[in-house]
Ligand binder design. Sequence first.
Ligand SMILES: Cc1ncc(COP(=O)(O)O)c(C=O)c1O
Length: 384
Amino acid sequence: MQYDFDSIIPREHTNCLKYDWRKQIFGTDNVIPFWVADMDFKVANEILEDIHNAVNHGIFGYTYQYDSAYEAFISWQKKKHDWNISKQNILFFNGVVPSINVIIQEFTEPGDEIIVQPPIYHPFFLSIESNKRTVIWNELQENEGTYYMDFENLKSQIGPRTKMLLLCNPHNPVGRAWKKEELEELHAICKEHNILVVSDEIHSDILFSGTHTPWAKISEDASQNSITLMAPSKTFNIAGLHLSVIITENTAYYKRVQNFINTIHLTMSNTLSLVGFESAYTKGDAWLQELLTYLHTNMAHIHDYLDDTRIHTNTPEATYLAWLDCSELNLSEKELHAKFVEAGVGLSNGSIFGKGGEQYMRLNFACPRKTLEQGLEKIQKIAR
Ligand SMILES: Cc1ncc(COP(=O)(O)O)c(C=O)c1O
C-alpha cells in the first residue's frame, strides 16, 4: 500500500460534525463515532499538495469555473462510467442537497408530489417537506438482506400532481448499486407519467461489486428527462469543500437551473474547492483504488464480528455504509439507540431514513481498522 489508511488522526476539537457534535447527537462524547458520512482518512497527498500550493499563493480572489476543472470531471466520467458528457451539460453548485432544493423549487409547485424510496438519505424527504411539497413514499422491499424497488406500489401511487422522483443511485443507506434493468423499469414508469427524475450519484465511485449505471446513460429519453447530481466529496473525503455538479443533457432544463443559480447569485465557486475538485478527478485515482481495497476489508471485518450474532449486516455493493438489521434484538427505536450509546458506539439510527429503517442501524466503516475493531467489539456485546 502506497497510502496510509491505518493511522488514527485525532479529529476532536477540529469543529468536525462527526466528533465534535457527539454530545448533541448522542448526549455524550463517550462514543466512537460511526455516523455522519465522511471518512477518518487523510485526503490523498496529491490533492493536499495542490491545495497547499494554492494556499501558498496567498490570494483567494474571485475565481471563475475554469475549463480544466470541467475537463477533469468529464474525463473521470468517461473513464470510470463510460459516460460522455460535455461542458455545456454541467453546472457547478455548492452541494448535492442544495442542488436538490434548487431543482424542487424550479420544477415543482407547493403541493406537488415527489417520490422517494425509503429507507433513504433523510435530506431527500426533508427537502421535499421544507419546500411544502408532498412526499410520496415508495418503500423499498427487502429480501434476504438485498433491497428492491417496488414498481407495482409505485404505479399505484402516482397521481396527476406527481411531478418528480428523487433517485439515490447508488442508494444510501441500503448500499444498492441499481442494475441497468431496474433503472430501465423505473424509467418506463416515469416516462409514462411525465415524472422528472433527479438522480443523486454522489456515491457512484465507492463501488465494490457490479457497475454503476448513470441514470442518463440508460437511454436518450432517460437522459433528456433527468438531472444528475455528482460530487467528489464522498469519494475523496472533501465534503467540507462543498462543491458539486449538476448535469443535464436537456438544454431547457439546463437553462432553468442556470437561471435559478444566476438569480440567487451563487454562480461562483470557492477558490480552494475548485482546486480540490480538479486535483481529485485528475490525481486521486491511485488513492481511491487503495481506499476501495481497504474499505472492502473493513466490510469483511464487520461480517467476521457479526456473523452468527443477532445483528445481521448487509454487504453493500456501493457506499461505505453498512446497514445493520437489529430486529432480532426486539427493541424499540429508542431502546436500540440507547443500547448502542450505552455500549460506547455512535451509529445513525435507521429510523431517521424513513419507513423500513426502524429496526436498523447504519454503520459508517470508513475509518482505520483499529477504530472499526474497537467499535465492533462493543457492538458484538449487544449482538450476542
Ligand atoms: C445520497 C447523498 N446525497 C447527498 C449527500 C450530501 O451531499 P452534499 O454534502 O453535497 O450536500 C450525502 C451525504 O451523505 C448522501 O449520502
